[in-house]
Write a protein that binds this ligand. Structure first.
Ligand SMILES: C[S@@+](CC[C@H](N)C(=O)[O-])C[C@H]1O[C@@H](n2cnc3c(N)ncnc32)[C@H](O)[C@@H]1O
Length: 246
């Protein structure tokens, strides 16, 4: 399924929620974990494509390290803010499943917390492989699929004695689209897929895994309140570094 760029969209409606809560230093996981990892993983790249760039926080980071950076996002309300915030990258409106660039145009691509919102994952992964030069790298960040299955929820049960804290897991193996109320009045679409679904699509397109990271949440996340520290052994983030075969 290809996203209709002209259709009203939940990301268009709620872009300001994302930008206010997760960019420009507002989110401890970005500040202390995701952005430092992205900086390390993109180091040395010359031409970077940031797929689903949002407000451009990763594009700006890569541009500040000297790369020529292009950010794309189908959401006007993200592209507009990315252009306002600037930082040396170029931004345009496009979807991951139809990248308006030539074959081998980039030596690095990054997608951060984007593919879990994309319907046509096979087309999008094929596009990543197409626009990367042979030997190019794909820095792929996902909300960890194990905890993203619909119905998965952190349970803090004080009705039992002693109280119990645990993850209840939803149907991990099913590929399911859901619209979740992530905050009062804010509804965002997710497509849950098991990890094998991604890995096999990447492999079919000649993208080889070189590194996989399942980090514990950073201390700044765990320090947010009682109960959070118990989630230290559960990875909220999954990172894969892939290399396009020569
Ligand atoms: C959770 S935000 C992440 C933004 C940015 N990557 C970051 O890390 O700050 C998800 C982004 O994916 C974008 N998105 C949704 N569908 C997309 C698609 N089909 N192609 C590319 N980006 C998409 C949204 O507009 C939104 O900006």
């Amino acid at each position: 399924m290809t996203r209709n760029l002209d259709a009203p969209d939940l990301w268009e409606t709620h872009a300001d929620w994302w930008i206010a809560g997760f960019t420009d230093g507002a989110d401890p996981e970005y500040v202390d974990q995701i952005l430092p990892m992205a900086a390390d993983e993109l180091a040395g790249a010359a031409r970077v494509l940031d797929i689903g760039c949002g407000d451009g926080q990763i594009s700006r980071l890569a541009a500040s390290a000297g790369a020529r950076v292009t950010g794309i996002d189908p959401t006007w309300n993200c592209v507009r803010v990315a252009r306002e915030r600037g930082g040396g990258a170029d931004y345009s409106r496009a979807s991951a499943s139809g990248l308006p660039f030539g074959d081998g145009a980039f030596d690095a691509a990054v997608a951060c917390l984007v593919f879990e919102h994309i319907d046509d994952v096979d087309e999008a992964i094929a596009e990543v492989a197409r626009v990367l030069e042979p030997g190019g790298r794909f820095c792929f960040f996902l909300n960890h699929p194990i905890l993203q299955a619909p119905g998965s929820v952190w349970v803090d049960d004080h009705l039992v004695d002693p109280p119990e804290q645990y993850w209840r897991l939803g149907p991990y193996l099913d590929e399911i689209e859901t619209v979740e109320e992530v905050e009062l009045g804010v509804r965002i679409r997710f497509v849950h897929r098991p990890l094998s679904r991604y890995v096999n699509a990447l492999a079919r397109n000649g993208l080889r895994i070189d590194r996989m990271v399942e980090p514990a949440p950073p201390d700044s996340f765990l320090d947010q309140g009682p109960g959070y520290e118990a989630s230290a052994a559960f990875p909220r983030l999954l990172y894969l570094r892939l290399t396009k075969s020569a």
